[in-house]
Design a protein around this ligand. Structure first.
Ligand SMILES: [Zn+2]
Length: 340
């Protein structure tokens, strides 16, 4: 809420101003590793919201939305400040590698909060936490399906057990997502550790994950979903004028399950992204190289198909579907109930 300038190294941004720069965070053999940063410091007090894209740098719609927001936001009408990092993982962006860095083979979204004496990926995420997220009260990490993933949009928040923080985090996720909201708790199956949002939340930053986009695409509709989500959250936080609009038909993802191939061969799925499958329902077949059906895949429970992998050839143990177990979300509370 301070009216002091925001400072990130030599980037000094007074209220009412927009500035951009790059942070050098490490080096490869070919030169510096840098992270682009844009700060929009509003002329009125309010929260400090960090927007990150490109943690997985081949997920393009989310990072494009961060870039668009950083260019469009007007410091004169903004309450609070936005610190935008359109592409966190620039080595991955340059090399077009899915999930992991080409430099050290690490998944940045599994090694948060990084290490000051680590490898390049750990240095990037360390700089993100110590120099950027340390200034933020709220955070949105924009992702989507990576190069090999077809994804049904959702937003997620990792519950911390701190009621005031969790209430705002849940509301932000509901403001972001067009349909599915996931609230992860300690011990929720299939939820990774060392993610940027979970570690930020542990440090008191109200941090959500926004996921939209598929398979290395850059569909304008997916960018618009992210932009709408960010805008809606900023309205909820009082940073932009207007009231958030939360869809009436939201679902809460209360659990998840996967369908795996036991046999190798050619996968022929019979369900699509966003479809609801029943327990025991056939969801696909695996054909061997002669065309014989060697396995019929069945859903182990009732769920909504949330990720399909694009590969058609499968090996024993490969994931072929990931599904949400869902229930209807309760009505969204009146926004004046929240203390932000
Ligand atoms: Zn991702």
């Amino acid at each position: 809420m301070s009216r002091d300038a925001l400072r990130i190294r030599d980037l000094v941004v007074e209220p009412g101003a927009r500035r951009r720069g790059v942070l050098r965070v490490g080096e490869t053999g070919a030169g510096p590793v840098e992270m682009p940063v844009v700060v929009i410091h509003g002329s009125r007090p309010g929260p400090t919201l960090c927007l990150t894209g490109g943690v997985h740098a081949t997920e393009y719609p989310g990072q494009t939305a961060v870039r668009e927001m950083a260019r469009q936001l007007d410091p004169a009408t903004l309450a609070g400040a936005v610190i935008a990092v359109p592409v966190v993982n620039t080595p991955m962006f340059a090399a077009r590698t899915a999930f992991v860095s080409p430099v050290d083979g690490l998944n940045l979204n599994r090694v948060a909060p990084g290490r000051p004496d680590g490898t390049v990926t750990e240095l990037i995420v360390h700089a993100l936490f110590t120099e950027i997220l340390s200034l933020a009260t709220h955070h949105i990490d924009c992702h989507g399906g990576d190069l090999t993933e077809i994804l049904w949009p959702y937003a997620a928040y990792r519950m911390t057990g701190k009621p005031e923080q969790d209430e705002i985090g849940e509301a932000m996720a509901r403001c972001y997502s067009p349909r599915i909201v996931a609230l992860f708790r300690e011990g929720t199956p299939l939820v990774p550790t060392g993610t940027v949002t979970s570690e930020a939340a542990r440090r008191g930053v109200v941090s959500i994950l926004g996921e939209c986009g598929s398979a290395g695409g850059l569909d304008p509709a997916d960018v618009a979903t992210h932009v709408h989500g960010i805008t809606n959250v900023m309205r909820f936080l009082g940073m932009l004028a207007g009231s958030p609009v939360v869809p009436a038909s939201q679902l809460v993802g209360t659990g998840q399950f996967v369908v795996q191939a036991r046999r190798g061969g050619l996968l022929r799925l019979s369900v699509g992204i966003g479809e609801t499958v029943a327990e025991g329902q056939p969801v696909g077949e695996i054909w061997d190289l002669f065309g014989d059906v060697v396995e019929t895949l069945r859903a182990p429970g009732r769920g909504l198909v949330r990720i399909i992998w694009t590969h058609k050839a499968v090996n024993s143990g490969d994931l072929v579907l990931k599904c949400w177990v869902t229930e209807p979300a309760p009505p969204f509370p009146p926004t004046d109930r929240f203390v932000r």
